[in-house]
Design a protein around this ligand. Structure first.
Ligand code: ADP
Ligand code: ZN
Ligand code: ZN
Length: 813
């Protein structure tokens, strides 16, 4: 018998191994096995299929060992992987690499890291495990090849696997290494004193240590109030010293434990629904119920602050009561601590959170709790699609229009919204897409009755949508070449809003200080040496940064080209706005939220909480301030540079600009009096701005869908974008041309390009693109994908193009 095994690599196809006689009865699909690949590489792969078809052209090697007594991957997951690989034109191995937490992926290159939290008590280990654990304790990390040397046995994977399961070590992932979980010491009472009697006995016979007694009482008070007490907090609030705390811990009364601060605390498992829906919400819920009887997918188009989340909560409750699992997907989990807090209030310990910023151990913990059915609700970013649900009933895809649902690099380049719909079809679950500004494709599908459609067009609590005002920056007097950053009207309004005890959000879709600097003498723009883009000046760090490849350059006082010192900074980013604003309105408390200020995992949450608690008057930010946040006191939203949102050479530009402006406007006036939105623009007559001013999604939709039809763009066609990358510009140009010529005969009228993209060089690779716009005919699309892959292989067979990278992106955004 043979096994087809998926290895987490971009192999052209899955390979086959022979199953040893004595393994046959134990091996199941979905189990991991240790296999040799090539001469001396080993991998843990997942068994996809067990069969008796001996491969024709080679003698398969034997599987070395079996790692799992039970499948870790279920059949529906294998089905999802396989669909994803064929739909998004990648390999199942690449999907596997994205789907599994590092713990499940062992290879010769794997490095094991000792888990400090385990301590050094190895009494529960067998001989082999003990040897490795000791080496790990001493050296902190080991390569798998070193483990091989230590153990002197044929197959080390099963032993390593056991060490991981016992949490003695974890697998190091090079890409994720930058994330260091923040640790803090917590103080715990010895469980002996959980008993009231024992505790009062202790307090009555405490003896001569009044300071320690005081400290203990302070501890008992705090723990009762807040459920957990950190060491610094206890020392601060009790005024006690480290030595006094050590005294109590020496006596075995209190224990000090180092813990990962971000570790999820699982609250009690109960459901608390303490609100009623209003009439409109109730009606929407009824319609959804009716539609879900016949539709698998429904769209809830609810304007900003219409109360979509409360409808989600009521639906989640239902599935929970049926005992089914629910996946609540969010575009970017880092941005959603608010939703987490809201849901935890209602569903406590039923909820798990899953995303890539969590440590490996935590991710495996959630993985296992989903598999056992212990956790019922997962709140997660796109990778939460890959969890081993045991009874998935319902998927919510919130802010379904958000481009972060699409993975760009590496493969699989999937859209989690669309993949969720596929996942639902193989698990017989329902999908609810929610948005105030649905993707054009989604709304079109809903209008065509492919999806159920429910619209919620009033704000909760009789709140009005904000008033929209355009500020025409053409009409403002300025020096030649000057660009208006903060008009006096906007400045006055900011001042007025804050004087009225309101808060302000200012939106600028560019971070940094100045997006480019240009030489006043020769006109040279300071650019990245590896990419065809200008560098952004960051004043705080005094560096020039390439936002494409991340390279940081020192600032220079003189022009790269002519040596002149007449460098002029052009345009402005969030950092400059923050600075200008502090100069103009020095009394305000101003903070900035963009990629640069929230690099640290918790920074974002801290900023949001400060804003919620009104410790900040004005929040200046990029896209980050746009997303789904619910604040009580925002009286004014300012969109600083609307023109910049409308100037992209992309068929989705209008849709995107509308979504961004409508979403950020939606943060204004969510309670009580209506808020104000001020939009600064040169081209105030732009149709998108006219739709935004009227909050007219439908108007935008009708206008855009007409253009999509006319120019044969999605949803009328399906697009596959091919990107060619190579260090040599001639090779990339020739390669793309040969490719286009060979497929041109068949796909000519569906093919656009080859052409250089607007940014034609990134990370020292020159780029070319071909775009396929295919009719929505499943057969045709499948054939075209095959042809693209064949043509890619043919091109790679020519020596000149051997290293030409060809990247297909299906439904590229
Ligand atoms: P959306 O997600 O549609 O933008 P939210 O769900 O954030 O809107 O709702 C807007 C505000 O109205 C929130 O502060 C929410 O707490 C409140 N809200 C919505 N529905 C209810 C309800 N049924 N009962 C109490 N408060 C509600
Ligand atoms: Zn110059
Ligand atoms: Zn660069």
């Amino acid at each position: 018998m043979f096994a087809e095994v998926i290895i987490p690599l971009a192999l052209p196809k899955n390979y086959t191994w022979r199953i040893p006689e004595n393994m046959l009865s134990r091996l199941q699909t979905g189990c991991r096995v240790e296999v040799n690949l090539g001469k001396n590489k080993k991998y843990a792969g997942v068994v996809k299929r067990i069969h008796s078809e001996k491969p024709e052209f080679f003698e398969p090697k034997e599987i070395l060992s079996l790692l799992d007594p039970e499948p870790v991957i279920q059949n529906f997951q294998l089905e999802l992987w396989s669909w994803m690989a064929s739909y998004y034109m990648c390999t199942e191995g690449e999907v596997m690499a994205a789907a599994l937490p590092a713990h499940f992926k062992l290879s010769s290159e794997t490095i094991l890291i000792f888990n400090e939290e385990y301590g050094d008590d190895f009494s529960a280990l067998d001989n082999d495990e003990y040897l490795v654990a000791e080496a790990l304790l001493m050296k902190h990390e080991l390569k798998l090849t070193e483990v091989q040397q230590i153990l002197d046995v044929a197959h080390v994977y099963p032993i390593v696997n056991r060490l991981i399961l016992k949490k003695i070590c974890f697998v190091w992932e090079s890409l994720k290494q930058s994330f260091q979980p923040r640790k803090e010491s917590f103080v715990l009472l010895d469980p002996l004193y959980d008993n009231e009697e024992k505790l009062s006995e202790l307090l009555n016979n405490f003896g001569r240590a009044p300071k320690q007694m005081e400290l203990l009482l302070a501890y008992l008070h705090l723990i009762k109030q807040q459920g957990e007490v950190s060491k610094p907090e206890l020392l601060k609030k009790s005024g006690a010293s480290d030595a006094q705390l050590k005294g109590l811990s020496d006596k075995g009364i209190l224990k000090i434990e180092k813990r990962n601060v971000d570790r999820i605390i699982y609250g009690p498992k109960d459901i608390q629904i303490d609100f009623e829906l209003n009439t409109a919400q109730e009606a929407a819920l009824k319609s959804l119920d009716a539609l879900f009887l016949t539709k698998q997918v429904c769209l809830l188009h609810g304007i900003t602050s219409s109360g979509k989340t409360h409808i989600y909560i009521r639906l989640i409750e239902r599935y929970l009561r049926k005992g089914q699992q629910v996946l609540y997907m969010l575009p970017e989990i880092a941005l959603t601590s608010q939703i987490i807090r809201r849901l935890q209030k209602h569903f406590g310990g039923y909820i798990g959170i899953y995303h890539s910023k969590f440590s490996q151990n935590e991710r495996v913990e959630i993985w296992n709790k989903i598999k056992s059915g212990e956790l019922k609700i997962v709140l997660g970013a796109r990778s939460s699609l890959f969890l081993p649900y045991q009874d998935l009933g319902f998927i919510i895809c919130d802010e379904e229009h958000d481009t972060s649902y699409k993975q760009q690099d590496p493969a699989p380049r999937y859209n989690a919204r669309d993949a969720a719909i596929y996942l639902a079809s193989i698990t017989q679950s329902k999908v609810l897409l929610g948005s105030a500004t649905p993707a054009l494709e989604t709304y079109y599908n809903a209008k065509k009755e492919k999806y159920g459609l429910v619209e919620l067009l009033e704000r909760f609590g009789d709140v009005q949508l904000p008033n929209m005002e355009l500020i025409d920056t053409k009409k403002i007097f300025k020096k030649p070449g000057e660009k208006i950053m903060l008009s006096s009207l906007l400045l006055e309004s900011i001042h007025g809003a804050v004087a009225n005890k309101k808060q302000v959000i200012l939106f600028q879709n560019r971070r940094g200080y100045a997006p480019y600097q240009v030489c006043g003498m020769c006109g040279t723009v300071t650019g990245c040496r590896q990419c065809d883009v200008s560098l952004t000046f960051h004043k705080f760090s005094n560096k020039l940064v390439c936002h494409y490849c991340g390279t940081v350059y020192p600032t220079s006082a003189t022009c790269q080209a002519c040596g002149s010192d007449k460098l002029v900074q052009k345009n402005f980013g969030t950092e400059k706005i923050e600075e200008m604003l502090s100069e103009q309105l020095p009394d305000l408390r101003i903070s900035r939220m963009d990629y640069d200020t929230v690099k640290n995992k918790n920074a974002h949450d801290v900023l949001i909480q400060q804003f919620e608690q009104k410790k900040i008057d004005v929040l200046v930010g990029t896209q980050m301030v746009v997303k789904g946040l619910d604040f009580d006191h925002v009286g004014l939203v300012g969109i600083i540079d609307a023109d910049a949102l409308l100037h992209f050479a992309d068929f989705r530009v209008n849709e995107r600009a509308f979504q961004m402006m409508e979403q950020v406007s939606g943060r204004a006036g969510r309670r009580g009096e209506p808020g104000r939105v001020m939009i600064q623009a040169l081209n105030t007559l732009h149709p998108v701005l006219q739709h935004v001013v009227r909050h007219d999604y439908t108007g935008m939709f009708l206008e855009e869908i007409e253009k999509r039809k006319q120019f044969f763009y999605p949803p009328f066609s399906r697009i596959i974008q091919l990107q060619f990358r190579h260090r040599d510009r001639d090779v990339v140009t020739d390669g793309a041309n040969v490719f286009a010529r060979n497929l041109g005969a068949v796909y000519g009228k569906y093919m656009v390009g080859p052409a250089e993209p607007v940014i034609n060089r990134v990370r020292n690779m020159f780029l070319m693109e071909i775009l396929f716009k295919l009719p929505r005919d499943a057969m045709k699309i499948a054939t075209c994908k095959e042809d693209i892959l064949k043509q890619t292989a043919q091109l790679h067979a020519i020596p000149k193009f051997r290293r030409l990278v060809i990247v297909p992106d299906v439904d590229a955004l």
